[in-house]
Design a protein around this ligand. Structure first.
Ligand code: ANZ
Ligand code: ZN
Length: 958
């Protein structure tokens, strides 16, 4: 074996794999299938950057391992090639998007191949290929035929200067990305897909799949399922306001009602108000704010009262004001809310700003975390006070350190309110009892009444302590009396710095009220009803049902999810295959006339009135109605970027099929996708959209499974040096081509997988690549050395070669097990470090058995496919390592009965020896002093002491 020449080796094997179709998946196989999918890239003009390499390498490693484990693996790739950057580049340069795309995909393909990705290139797809988008159009028509694709007026972002509709990502801080002009909202007829019809199932079926918790919750948040009540408020103008609330239990705490500025009946309320001009001016202004600007927790809420109009609270008949406010959205619920400032944070901020009453009707009641209530004990409610008493002289506060069954608990001064006491009386009395102090002044009372449930085990009961909370002061404590022995037995009084209090208090409830005393927030938790007439004392859950019924409301389920705007007024997308006939209205293009191909145009710029450039090609637009043959016009809107990627994983299973989007047979064999990895940024919309398409196809019996992807994972981003995002403008993008040239694809792959935990972001550092390169060189060296002994596959041992080494065998088996499990768990970094340790040991040992080394090559092969293939073949193997069998680890061999320990002389490591864990300390020490290296040192001094640290080291002190 010669020196390691990555350029030669990598080229050689890449073309060999290509020629032999090493990674082609067969749809006819008795083997178990494994479908591994990775998000197909948008082929940008910049090419792949090193950030992309991470995800593709990860799935490549998994796919390679699965092949070696005997699976029939499908690992396909293609191009999600419609999109704005290409279109904008075409507008700028006048080049055809098709031509630009071809150039870019050629480059991406070359790059992927140079990285040794084991894609099945025979299945390459391209969303802009008419043979592909024919089926995107066909699938769209299935939605249309079922009434799930419909046209309606909807708002788009509009740049008044460029006169074009903008995608959301082209609006930056409310301004057009290209010219900086503030964008407006413009109503336009748009195609919509009725994804909301699937909202319930998109939420529920997340239970069927293996996605990370954060991905499931991002899906669920986007869908936004919410169970609540619809309740009608009568008003003084003979028009009811229907609100949607998840907290009907708070109805007695409503102090005003709010309409969204775009509420369907806003006009009616406007004209009957006494400040119509002002309100309409307000409504007009709110319109151009984004949803986030309007509803964000930290955004200032604005609103205006509809003067002269009152609403009636159906629970208690009270008259309350009606507001129009920006934090209520027309598109959610009923577009109107009942405001409960005490229990909703947004209402709370609004009420403070506009001086509206705040009325507490729920007493939040937390279970004590240290001493929670126990099942089976009866509950006793008690009215109590909690007071934080300050010594003005020292600025310290008095806390109680409880003993006995409450040992470890630290609270403010507290106690029960007796029948004949006001809470204030109780405060004074408790301070006298527990602190022996008088002359106390009450400074503040917390507006909220709160409660905590705990177990009073000495009384065999659970308690619900309803607490009134106070701040009090005392000038000094020199007149402190004597605290009774009885009180002292219960608790010790301690004085604590203000800063320390939050850490000292133990029950969560005490921490909570302490914070509330200084920084009040709404009480958004459930609890026990209060100030609510006959419903007082009920728990929130029960009260929601009872109060809803009491006022004649009904329970409903709402979703935040909106129907999907499915058209854009742009050129570079799939034409929507619909014809608008003067007589028959929207008619689908006949299946035999699909695809509706994109015509070539001279200018790719949208027209002045915001139509797609297609609208300007009259020869294309004017057509005949597929139904009546009369005059008709083609739809000139195109589909959004998401269309092609909503079903691409289905096409891969049968990419050349001319009669169907994919055959039933292939779909049955290959789907669902077993493992789908991609960027975190696509775990909300892309995932949701493709799950929606899939479910719809499932209902049409076009696909055999309910869910498209059984497992989803996401990789962390690769950041540029210094920890910032890689971007062209910062000039910190690392081109993988450079790295491949200098260090080789194997090194780059190992480096990227070694950077850190796969799900975390990691910082690129060109200097550290050398470590991965050295590792590969080491593997090569070991191979070359062995190769001298084993040339031609026959063993010709050199003199002095020692036979098998038990320690190494064990390490090998442990490493196989670890790498196997780490790949499954995407812990690529720890798999690599285990292999690095193994390589170091293998290089040290004399007489490494070839079989052991080959096993090592196999587990390294998924990570570094080229170098392992080269060495493998050097040993006379005729078939590729990538179709060899994954090595088995032996259970017996991984039991640790031998460990390596270090031998130190005067604290310095001089050598290492293997010991058996069953050896006694005596035996080990004997062994150590007989060691050759140790003997040399002993010769120059006398042994004073030998220290043995079990299974770790022996230190000889001379
Ligand atoms: C009264 C109330 C009291 C509310 C309370 C909450 C807490 P989710 O859970 O996200 O579905 N709401 C209803 N429609 C709204 C709209 N169009 N725009 C803005 N806010 C709206 O939220 C439901 C809650 O959000 C509803 O329950 C309503 O406020 C508010 F202590 O009603 B709630
Ligand atoms: Zn017609």
């Amino acid at each position: 074996m010669k020196n390691y020449d990555h350029k030669k080796i990598e080229k050689k094997w890449q073309s060999e794999w290509d020629k032999k179709k090493t990674y082609q998946a067969s749809s006819i196989s008795k083997k178990k299938k494994f479908y591994s999918l990775t998000e197909f890239p948008y082929p940008s003009g910049d090419g792949l950057h090193t950030g992309h390499v991470r995800g593709y390498t990860a799935m490549d490693i998994i796919s390679r391992k699965k092949r070696m484990e005997g699976y029939n693996v499908l690992y396909p790739i293609g191009w999600d090639a419609f999109g704005l950057p290409t279109e904008n580049f075409a507008i700028k340069t006048g080049k055809q998007p098709k031509v630009i795309t071809k150039k870019n995909t050629d480059n991406f393909r070359k790059q992927f191949k140079s990285l040794g990705m084991s894609f099945d290139w025979s299945r390459e797809i391209n969303t802009t290929d008419p043979a592909y988008y024919k089926w995107t159009q066909w699938l769209f028509l299935q939605f249309f035929k079922k009434g799930l694709a419909y046209k309606t007026k909807s708002e788009i972002n509009w740049c008044p200067k460029d006169k074009i509709g903008l995608a959301n990502e082209e609006v930056v801080d409310g301004k057009c990305e290209r010219c900086g002009t503030p964008t407006e909202k413009k109503e336009k007829e748009q195609w919509m897909l009725a994804i909301t019809k699937y909202a319930e199932r998109l939420d529920k079926d997340l239970d069927l799949v293996d996605y990370p918790a954060r991905v499931k919750s991002s899906q669920r948040n986007w869908i936004g399922k919410s169970v609540g009540s619809e309740i009608e408020f009568k008003t003084s103008i003979n028009r009811n306001i229907k609100v949607f609330t998840t907290r009907a239990d708070t109805l007695f705490g409503v102090t005003y009602v709010v309409l969204a500025p775009e509420h369907a009946n806003i006009g009616e309320f406007l004209v009957q108000s006494k400040n119509m001009a002002e309100v309409s001016e307000y409504v007009r202004k709110v319109k151009n704010k984004t949803e986030i600007e309007r509803t964000g927790e930290d955004k200032e809420k604005t609103g205006i009262e509809l003067k002269g109009i009152k609403a009636i609270n159906p629970a208690n008949g009270e008259e309350i004001p009606v507001y129009v406010a920006d934090y209520v959205l027309a598109g959610y619920g009923t577009g109107a809310v009942m405001a409960v400032p005490a229990h909703d944070e947004r209402d709370f901020q609004f009420a403070k700003k506009y001086n509206l009453p705040i009325r507490q009707v729920i007493i939040p009641c937390a279970n004590d975390s240290i001493n929670p209530p126990r099942d089976g004990f009866p509950e006793v409610k008690r009215n109590t006070i909690i007071v934080f008493l300050k010594n003005k002289q020292t600025s310290k506060y008095a806390l109680l350190n409880w003993h006995g069954s409450l040992s470890g608990i630290v609270t403010g001064i507290m106690g029960g309110i007796e029948e004949n006491q006001t809470p204030e009386d109780a405060v004074i009395a408790e301070i006298k009892e527990e602190a022996a102090l008088t002359g106390v002044k009450i400074i503040k009372k917390l507006n909220w009444i709160t409660a905590a449930r705990y177990c009073a085990s000495h009384k065999n009961q659970n308690r619900c302590a309803i607490s009134h909370v106070y701040l009090a002061e005392v000038d000094a404590i020199n007149n402190q009396g004597i605290i009774s022995e009885e009180e002292k037995k219960l608790a010790t009084l301690v004085w604590v710095d203000e800063k320390e209090i939050i850490n000292k208090l133990t029950p969560d409830h005490q921490k909570f009220i302490w914070k509330q005393l200084f920084d009040e927030t709404a009480l958004t938790e459930d609890g026990i009803l209060n100030n609510s007439g006959k419903f007082d004392g009920l728990e929130s859950n029960e009260a929601i049902k009872q109060i809803t019924e009491f006022v004649g409301g009904k329970m409903v389920t709402k979703f935040k999810l909106r129907d999907w705007v499915f058209s854009r007024q742009r050129y570079w997308g799939e034409p929507i295959p619909v014809v608008n006939c003067e007589k028959c209205e929207y008619v689908p293009v006949k299946e035999k006339d699909l695809p509706v191909k994109l015509p070539e145009v001279k200018s790719y710029k949208p027209t002045d009135n915001g139509e797609s450039p297609l609208a300007a090609i009259h020869s294309w637009v004017n057509t005949k109605c597929p139904k009546c043959g009369g005059k008709a016009k083609r739809e000139t809107d195109t589909m959004p970027n998401w269309a092609g990627s909503s079903w691409y994983y289905l096409r891969y299973v049968d990419p050349k099929n001319k009669k169907k989007f994919a055959s039933k047979k292939n779909l049955k064999y290959w789907t669902p996708v077993d493992w789908y990895n991609g960027g975190m940024e696509h775990t909300t919309l892309h995932l949701l959209y493709s799950r929606f398409w899939h479910k719809f196809f499932y209902d049409l019996k076009l696909v055999p499974t309910k869910e498209p992807y059984m497992k989803r994972t996401s990789h962390g981003m690769i950041l540029g040096e210094g920890g910032v995002k890689m971007s062209k403008s910062l000039g910190n993008v690392i081109n993988p081509d450079e790295i491949v040239k200098i260090y080789g694809a194997d090194t780059l792959r190992v480096y990227e997988m070694f950077m850190g935990p796969f799900e975390d972001s990691a910082q690129w550092n060109t200097e550290s690549i050398i470590g991965s390169r050295r590792f590969i060189e080491k593997v090569w060296r070991i191979g070359a050395e062995l190769n001298k002994n084993y040339a031609g596959g026959r063993f010709r041992p050199k003199d002095g070669v020692k036979p098998n080494n038990l320690y190494l065998t064990k390490l090998l088996h442990k490493t196989i097990k670890k790498v196997e499990e780490d790949i499954e768990g995407m812990r690529f970094n720890t798999a690599i470090s285990a292999m690095m340790i193994l390589a170091t040991e293998m290089e040290k040992v004399q007489g490494l058995p070839l079989e052991d080394y080959k096993k090592f090559l196999k587990i390294l092969a998924p990570f570094a496919p080229h170098v392992t293939e080269e060495i493998w073949r050097e040993f006379g193997e005729k078939k590729t390592i990538h179709q060899s069998e994954w090595p088995k680890w032996d259970k017996e061999k991984i039991i640790d009965d031998e460990v390596k320990i270090a031998i130190q002389i005067n604290g310095k490591v001089r050598t290492e020896i293997m010991i058996n864990v069953t050896e006694t300390e005596e035996e080990i020490k004997k062994k150590v002093v007989m060691n050759e290296i140790v003997l040399k040192f002993i010769a120059s001094g006398e042994i004073k002491k030998i220290i043995y640290v079990k299974n770790r080291l022996v230190n000889i002190v001379l």
